[in-house]
Design a binder for this molecule. Structure first.
Ligand code: R2B
Ligand code: URA
Length: 294
């Protein structure tokens, strides 16, 4: 039960009538696990797309925060399901449906565990528009493929529209943190969220392509004029769900390529690995600052 002035994260009257809540995709439940004991201390949640990347992030943050125990021994809390994994920081798969399932259960988990004052970060990759590859973009507004700052969800056959505004203070503070890090070029800008990596992002190199090179560039230039700095596949639903559930949230994605110059990701693997660490360093710095470890 949530008490006092603490903001309630869930917004669903049916939850109160349930004797047990099984978080199916996490392989956790309110009867089988002591969620307040396991998760009640959570203040920061970091989610990202790839299980491997999140495992190494969990090890990295473990060492950065000087947590007790061996970073190599951290265990997947969700072992027993192959859907998601969680090291008190976890991956969300690719695309809106995948992250939205994860967020429903994550937000219920925070509620059942009686967490308060939690901040949520999505750290990931993206295609940049007019930025040198390797630039970190902190999302100002998450917009859809029509450049609208909203997320549309079909519920009972009707379209529900939710705002995708993110926490401005967190974004500014993250930008400030980036100035303290070497090799972490960072900007704040709008992020476009699409439902496809290929045609949906204006790529010419998918199995299908229904438009010309000129049409592609015209669309990306219009996006650029609308303040869009990068394109990825989860930010709108992430922003919308966190906002409506009273969770402060930020989206931090590194650009892997400049989409005005091409579609294929041909940068060498080791360079991509280094790029993908940049959002991790930035969030680690932010968390350390908040825990006054800096
Ligand atoms: C970024 O990268 C993935 C596609 O390659 C997708 O999950 C995203 O948002
Ligand atoms: N992720 C995306 O969604 N798009 C890109 O171009 C690169 C990574």
């Amino acid at each position: 039960m949530i008490t006092g002035v603490q903001k309630q994260y869930v917004n669903n009257p049916h939850l109160d009538n349930m004797e047990e809540d099984i978080l199916y995709h996490f392989n956790l439940g309110t009867k089988t696990h002591n969620l307040p004991a396991m998760f009640g201390d959570i203040k920061f949640v970091c989610v990202g797309g790839s299980a491997n990347r999140m495992r190494s992030f969990a090890q990295f943050i473990h060492q950065q925060l000087e947590l007790p125990g061996n970073a190599d021994d951290i265990r997947d809390i969700c072992e027993g399901t192959d859907r998601y994994s969680m090291y008190k920081a976890g991956p969300h798969g690719m695309g809106v449906p995948s992250i939205s399932i994860m967020l429903h259960e994550l937000i219920k988990l925070l509620y059942h565990a009686h967490c308060s004052d939690v901040m949520v970060f999505r750290i990931g990759t993206s295609g940049g528009i007019g930025l040198p590859p390797g630039t970190v973009v902190i999302t100002d507004k998450a917009v859809d493929s029509f450049f609208r700052p909203q997320f549309e969800q079909v519920v009972l056959g009707k379209v529900i529209t939710r705002s995708t505004e993110l926490d401005k203070g967190m974004a500014e503070e993250l930008l400030q943190c980036s100035t303290k890090l070497p090799n972490c070029p960072t900007v704040i800008g709008n992020t476009m969220c699409t439902h496809d990596f290929y045609e949906g992002q204006g790529r010419l190199d998918g199995a299908l392509c229904s438009f010309s090179t000129e049409e592609k560039l015209e669309y990306l230039k219009k996006a650029h004029e609308a303040g869009i700095k990068n394109i990825e596949m989860e930010s709108t639903v992430f922003a919308a769900m966190c906002r409506i559930c009273n969770l402060k949230a930020a989206v931090i994605c590194v650009t892997l390529l400049n989409r005005l110059e091409g579609d294929q990701i041909s940068t060498p693997h080791d360079v991509l690995v280094e790029y993908q660490q940049r959002p991790q360093y930035l969030v680690a710095h932010f968390i350390k600052k908040h825990l006054t470890l800096l």
